[in-house]
Design a binder for this molecule. Structure first.
Ligand code: HEC
Ligand code: HEC
Length: 346
């Protein structure tokens, strides 16, 4: 005779089910905590899986930096005439080509680029090559010219190189307006100090040379859609300025422009391209930024010589790719890197 109560069977079953659930929970917890603790994703070996693609575009979210410089509002300017001049300066920076480009309404002395194409949001975007530090640090001694440069001189540098054009008359209404705008922007930065987040992001150096072949893949995946397969960008409907500016070729900046230096291009792109990227929400990895810069720099662009540049060759930055140099590295290495060995010699 079986005198065990029949419900014991059910209790046994329930205990087994419960233990099963606990075991499953443990597995799930381990799987989800592993990547959090080790920082590595869990990978299951799968021999038929395709090889990892060369270019992985992940959103690397970096930290928001507090207290970055912010541009003042033009509305805060009480003097009406000055406010008007500043607003004209801003307009010229944002739509340079409409006034001074190949079809410019005031003069025709530059390619189709706008200052804003490289100095984003009219020179106010954090790490978007902004003008925050210009008023507070100019006039300054610059190695390229070997002279003290004031703001008009520096603006004309970009006209002759980045806009591959002619210098503006320093007494022109246009140059004066741009200077007024840039001085107004930086008026909230103490003299001699730099605005936090101005200029171009400083990227970590790679251990290898930047690679144009890897960069071509980045270009196809991340840039081509706007700047075009041929890098020539796209004019706006009225053909007065670019909707998407060219990255190389006849209408681009010349080879003595700052952006032709690979560290400038890579740093600019890291925090600003593809359009929509920002320093705290970049789209490219550092390697992708260096490699796409190498690809763009392997394409043809206008060449212009400035024989008076770099009177002291030891002042040339590591990525100035034209000799003679004060060190033993080749033009090729000054163009693409690796740069770490150069840093050690300085
Ligand atoms: C093709 C890109 C490009 C265009 C277009 C361009 N610039 Fe520049 N500009 C640069 C680069 C790159 C630098 C150097 C930034 C650095 O090395 O930190 C620079 C530097 C400057 C500086 C000095 C900034 C500083 O903090 O020292 C001023 C001022 C300036 N540009 C004004 C202008 C004006 C005005 C225009 C339009 C007439 C213009 N730029 C058009 C790329 C460009
Ligand atoms: C969604 C469209 C879009 C994509 C994608 C894009 N760009 Fe741009 N790019 C722009 C626009 C628009 C500007 C001008 C910004 C302005 O005037 O405000 C620009 C400006 C630039 C400039 C400075 C101006 C010049 O002509 O040299 C560079 C350099 C640049 N982009 C590089 C890149 C690279 C490299 C990629 C890919 C990693 C890329 N861009 C992807 C739209 C795009």
């Amino acid at each position: 005779m079986n005198n065990k109560p029949s419900y014991l069977k059910e209790v046994n079953l329930m205990i087994q089910v419960l233990m099963g659930l606990v075991a499953m929970l443990l597995i799930v917890a381990t799987l989800s905590l592993y990547p959090l603790i080790t920082g590595k994703p869990i990978t299951f070996f799968n021999p038929s899986a395709p090889a990892q693609p060369q270019v992985i575009s992940l959103q690397v979210v970096s930290k928001v930096i507090p207290d970055l410089w912010q541009a003042p509002a033009i509305e805060s300017v009480k003097d009406e005439a000055l406010a008007k001049q500043i607003a004209y300066g801003q307009e010229l920076i944002a739509h340079t080509a409409v006034y001074l480009g190949p079809e410019g309404s005031v003069a025709q002395l530059s390619n189709g680029l706008n200052c804003q194409n490289c100095h984003l949001n009219a020179g106010t975007k954090p790490f978007g090559n902004n003008y925050g530090s210009v008023a507070s640090t100019y006039p300054k001694m610059r190695g390229r010219s070997g002279t003290m440069e004031d703001i008009p001189h520096r603006i004309n540098d970009c006209f002759e190189r980045s806009l591959n054009g002619k210098a503006l008359d320093e007494n022109s209404k246009e140059l004066k307006a741009m200077v007024a705008y840039i001085e107004f922007l930086g008026a909230n930065v103490p003299k001699g100090e730099s605005a936090k987040g101005s200029g171009i992001w400083a990227l970590e150096l790679l251990d290898r040379a930047a690679d144009p072949i890897k960069g071509q893949v980045v270009y196809k995946n991340q840039c081509k859609v706007c700047h075009g397969a041929d890098g020539q960008g796209q004019w706006s409907a009225a053909k007065k300025e670019y909707t998407y500016p060219p990255l190389w070729g006849d209408n681009s900046y010349n080879d003595r422009a700052g952006l032709y230096r690979i560290s400038r291009f890579a740093g600019y792109v890291k925090t600003s391209m593809p359009l929509g990227a920002s320093y705290d929400n970049p789209i490219l990895t550092d390697e992708e930024a260096w490699d796409v810069a190498a690809y763009v720099n392997s394409q043809a662009r206008p060449s212009k010589d400035f024989p008076a540049d770099w009177p002291d060759i030891s002042k040339k930055p590591m990525d100035h790719p034209f000799g003679p140099f004060a060190d033993e590295f080749s033009e090729e290495q000054h163009k693409y890197g690796p740069f770490k060995p150069m840093k050690k010699t300085k």
